[in-house]
Design a protein around this ligand. Structure first.
Ligand SMILES: Nc1ncnc2c1ncn2[C@@H]1O[C@H](COP(=O)(O)OP(=O)(O)O)[C@@H](O)[C@H]1O
Ligand SMILES: [Mg+2]
Length: 454
C-alpha cells in the first residue's frame, strides 16, 4: 500500500479519474451556463414586451390614472415575479410593488442585473433584472423580474453537482486503488517466482491461472523462455563435459607415452617414434579444437555477414573433384547429379566444409566398392542437397543423436574422427535457414541438407 504512488497502473487510473472529473465538470458547467443564459434571454424578451405594453397602457393619462392602472395590473397578476416602480417627474415614488427606490442608476432601455434592499429592517437582498422606460409627463417606469426562484434553483443545484462529482471522484480513486492492488498482486507472484528461480531453484515455473489473460500469456512466455535457457544450459554443460572427456584421453595417452619413454635410456630412433606419435596426437587435438571453434563461430551467427551470391553447383563440382581420388583409392564410385546454376545466398567456405564432411563420412564408413551419390534439386524456396551411400547406414534410433557433438557409433570407433563432422553440417544448414535429416537409403545412409535460397 505504501508503494502505491509508484505503481504505474495506479497512476494511470488516477490520471484517468482526474481527466474524467475535469471533463464532467466542464460538461456540467457548460450545461449550467447554457440553460441559465437561455432562461435569461427569455426573461429579457418578456420584460421588453411587457414594458412596451405598459408604456402604451400608462401613456396619455393623468398621474392618478397611471397609478390606478399600474395597481390594477399588479393585482391582476398575483404571485408573479414581476417588479414594478412608477416614478413622477421629480423621481418620487408614485406606485409599484417596491417600497424604496433602488440605489442603482438605470439608463433607459438597458437591462441591469442588481441587488436591492427593499425593506430597511430586513437585510435580505432582492436580486433582480430590470429595465427603465420613459412615460409622458416626465414619469418613468421600472419593470423588473425577481430572480429569487432561479437563485433558489442555482443554490440547490450547486451542492448536488458537487456531491455527484465528489462521489464519482472517490469511486474513481477506489477503483484505481483496487486495480493497482490487484495487478500488483499478480505481478508480485511473477516477481516472487523469478526471485526463487534466480536464487537457484531453476526448475520453478510461473503459475498460470488458466484465465488466458495477459498475465497468463506473460507467464507462459516466461516459462517457455526459461525452458529454452534451461535446455541450452544443459546442452552447454553436455558439450563441456564431452570436450573435457574427449580431450583427456589423448592428453593422458601422450603423457604416459612420454613418461614410459623417459623411464630408461633408449636409442635415438625410439625417441623419434614417440615424438612423431605425440605430434600426431597433438594434430588430432588441434583438429578437434578447430572444428569446435568453427561450430561455435557458425552457431554465433558471426559467419552470416560473409553471405554472398554463390552457385551451389560449382561448390558440388569442386568438392566432388577433390574427393574423387580418395574414393577411387577405396574402389568406390562417386556420382553426381545436379541441375545447372544452383544460385543462392550463402557462405561458400562453410558449404564446402559441410559437403566435404559428408563425403568424408560416406567414403570412410561405406565399404570398398560402395556407390556414393551426391545430388541436389530445387524445392519450393529451398535447395536440397543429398549425399547417399549404400554402406551400413545409421540405425533409426541413433540418427538424431549422431548429429550431436562427439557422438560416434560404436562400430566407427576404429576409424579416425572426433564425432564433430555432422554437427558442423547441421549448424551450417541452420545458418542457411535450413536443417539436416538423416534417412535410410536402403541400404545405407542418405543425408538430406535443406538450404534456404536467401
Ligand atoms: N555415411 C555414414 N554411414 C554410416 N555411419 C555414419 C555415416 N556418417 C556418419 N556416420 C556415423 O555418425 C557418426 C558421427 O559422424 P561425424 O559427426 O561425421 O563424426 P566422425 O565422422 O568424426 O565420427 C559417425 O561416427 C558414424 O558412426
Ligand atoms: Mg565425419
Amino acid at each position: 500500500m505504501k508503494n502505491l504512488h509508484r505503481s504505474r497502473i495506479f497512476r494511470y487510473a488516477v490520471a484517468y479519474t482526474g481527466l474524467f472529473f475535469i471533463s464532467t465538470l466542464l460538461v456540467l458547467t457548460f450545461i449550467y451556463a447554457v440553460t441559465f443564459r437561455s432562461s435569461n434571454n427569455k426573461i429579457e424578451e418578456r420584460l421588453a414586451q411587457e414594458s412596451q405594453w405598459l408604456v402604451e397602457l400608462l401613456s396619455n393619462c393623468t398621474e392618478f390614472e397611471k397609478v390606478t392602472r399600474l395597481n390594477f395590473h399588479i393585482s391582476d397578476h398575483p404571485g408573479s415575479l414581476g417588479i414594478y416602480l412608477l416614478l413622477d417627474a421629480n423621481g418620487q415614488r408614485l406606485s409599484g410593488n417596491l417600497d424604496r427606490l433602488p440605489d442603482v442608476v438605470l439608463s433607459n432601455g438597458k437591462f441591469l442585473d442588481f441587488y436591492h434592499q427593499d425593506d430597511e429592517e430586513d437585510p435580505e437582498l432582492l436580486h433582480m433584472l430590470a429595465i427603465q422606460v420613459e412615460l409622458d409627463q416626465g414619469c418613468t417606469l421600472m419593470v423588473g423580474h425577481n430572480y429569487a426562484a432561479i437563485d433558489q434553483i442555482k443554490r440547490e443545484i450547486r451542492p448536488a453537482v458537487a456531491w455527484a462529482l465528489g462521489i464519482s471522484f472517490a469511486l474513481g480513486m477506489l477503483v484505481a486503488i483496487f486495480l493497482a492492488r490487484r495487478l500488483a498482486r499478480r505481478l508480485e507472484i511473477i516477481n516472487r517466482t523469478s526471485r526463487t528461480i534466480f536464487e537457484g531453484n531453476l526448475e520453478r515455473r510461473m503459475i498460470r491461472t488458466g484465465s488466458g489473460d495477459e498475465f497468463d500469456h506473460l507467464s507462459s512466455n516466461l516459462n517457455r523462455m526459461l525452458d529454452r535457457i534451461f535446455n541450452l544450459m544443459a546442452s552447454v554443460r553436455g558439450v563441456t563435459d564431452n570436450i573435457a572427456h574427449d580431450l583427456r584421453s589423448p592428453l593422458s595417452r601422450m603423457r604416459s607415452r612420454m613418461e614410459v619413454a623417459l623411464l630408461a635410456d633408449r636409442p635415438c630412433e625410439e625417441y623419434r617414434e614417440v615424438l612423431v606419435d605425440t605430434i600426431e596426437d597433438t594434430d588430432r587435438l588441434l583438429k578437434t579444437f578447430n572444428s569446435l571453434l568453427t561450430i561455435a563461430r557458425v552457431e554465433s551467427g558471426a559467419a552470416k555477414k560473409d553471405f554472398t551470391a554463390i552457385d551451389l553447383q560449382q561448390i558440388i563440382i569442386d568438392t566432388v573433384e577433390l574427393y574423387g581420388p580418395v574414393a577411387e583409392e577405396r574402389g568406390q564410385t562417386l556420382q553426381m547429379s545436379c541441375p545447372e546454376h544452383l544460385n543462392m545466398q550463402g557462405n561458400a567456405d562453410l558449404l564446402v566444409q559441410a559437403l566435404a564432411n559428408l563425403l568424408d563420412n560416406a567414403i570412410k564408413y561405406a565399404p570398398r566398392g560402395a556407390v556414393i551419390v551426391v545430388s541436389a534439386q530445387y524445392g519450393e524456396d529451398a535447395i536440397s542437397l543429398d549425399v547417399a551411400d549404400n554402406g551400413p547406414g545409421i540405425p533409426e534410433h541413433f540418427r538424431e543423436k549422431a548429429l550431436q557433438r562427439f557422438t560416434r557409433l560404436d562400430a566407427s570407433r576404429t576409424k579416425p574422427g572426433q564425432g564433430l563432422g555432422l554437427s558442423l553440417v547441421q549448424v551450417v544448414a541452420q545458418m542457411h535457414g535450413g536443417d539436416v535429416r538423416l534417412e535410410d537409403a536402403r541400404p545405407g545412409l542418405r543425408v538430406r541438407v535443406q538450404l534456404h535460397r536467401g
